[in-house]
Design a protein around this ligand. Structure first.
Ligand code: FAD
Ligand code: FES
Length: 270
């Protein structure tokens, strides 16, 4: 059952003029969360915005003895709610509902785990990387952003033993271009006998390109889709996505409850 709390803001760390990490005291949600799940957040008390917004659970914060104490969200400012998240101050209360949705399926060795992140699509991969590394899975993060200054938490992933493959659109860090290019090359050079699970999160165009690449190389791929979500609970149908059903036909499913993590090869990418 999702838990609804008025969580106190513990800290707000700006990462750039648009990105920030907001730490929230929501221990019960943090304790129940699995990698890939999300929370519905309302940072203000007024009517604008009226509805909560979905955010991936970025990190689970723990006390010195390992007890979950809270969670963080990684936010990119694009509108009213994400602006309130950017401006939130310690001590303020934020409505947080979660954990919600279906998480990633975490593989075991000998499979490798390759995470593919575009921009703020990095958010579900901190907890996934921890889960993969805890199982001894060789883990790679393919991470693309517009510029070097928008590549965040690289040392966090390095400290976990995650290999980083970076791209930027302006060439200021890593390879110039889109992240699917090095992913495609890596997949092409990998023997079919070496299993790998792909995990992707980012803009829908990037997810579609990743899905096509995974299918072309006959590799399984789990994508975390980011449809507009009005409720996060299955009640409003704002988040539907066409998925292949058992009958082979496409049906619209509610990505907040069937996902947000879905099998890439079952989605119709228009
Ligand atoms: C499961 C899930 C997890 C998410 N996790 C994160 C996260 O960890 N960090 C983060 O920064 N954002 C995340 N998002 C996206 C985030 O919910 C939106 O950025 C947020 O709702 C924007 O709210 P706003 O009030 O600031 O802007 P709005 O005014 O609601 O939106 C501004 C503009 O962005 C468009 N937009 C809104 N939501 C989306 C969306 N989901 N996809 C594409 N365009 C959209 C709107 O149509 C509008 O044009 C997630 C979305 C989903 C569905
Ligand atoms: S967000 Fe309301 S049904 Fe999915």
């Amino acid at each position: 059952m999702p838990i609804d709390v008025a969580a106190e803001v513990i800290a707000n760390h700006p990462l750039s003029s648009d990105y920030n990490v907001l730490a929230l005291a929501a221990p019960a949600i943090a304790a129940a969360a699995a990698p890939g799940q999300f929370v519905m957040v309302k940072p203000g008390t007024g009517f604008d915005p009226l509805l909560r917004r979905p955010f991936s659970i970025f990190e689970v914060l723990r006390d010195a003895d390992g007890t979950p104490a809270g969670l963080t969200i990684l936010s990119k400012r694009i509108g009213p709610s994400t602006s309130l998240v950017y401006d939130a101050r310690p001590g303020q209360r934020v409505a947080v509902l979660g954990p919600l949705g279906r998480p990633f399926t975490v593989v075991d060795p000998p499979s490798e785990g390759w995470m593919v992140a575009g921009g703020v699509g990095l958010a579900p991969f901190a907890t996934l990387a921890q889960a993969l590394r805890a199982r001894g899975v060789e883990t790679t993060l393919f991470y693309g952003a517009r510029r070097a200054a928008e590549l965040f938490y690289l040392d966090f992933f390095r400290a976990l033993g995650v290999e980083l493959v970076l791209t930027t659109e302006d060439g200021s860090a890593g390879e110039r271009g889109r992240i699917v290019a090095p992913l495609d090359r890596r997949l092409a050079s990998r023997a079919a006998s070496q299993p790998v699970m792909l995990y992707a999160c980012g803009p829908e165009g990037m997810l579609a390109a990743t899905a096509r690449t995974a299918i072309a190389h006959d590799r399984p791929c789990q994508v975390s889709v980011e449809r507009v979500m009005g409720c996060g609970l299955g009640g409003c149908y704002s988040c539907v996505i066409p998925m292949r059903g058992d009958d082979g036909a496409f049906h619209h499913v509610r990505s907040c409850i069937a996902g947000p993590v879905l099998a890439a090869d079952q989605i119709r990418w228009d």
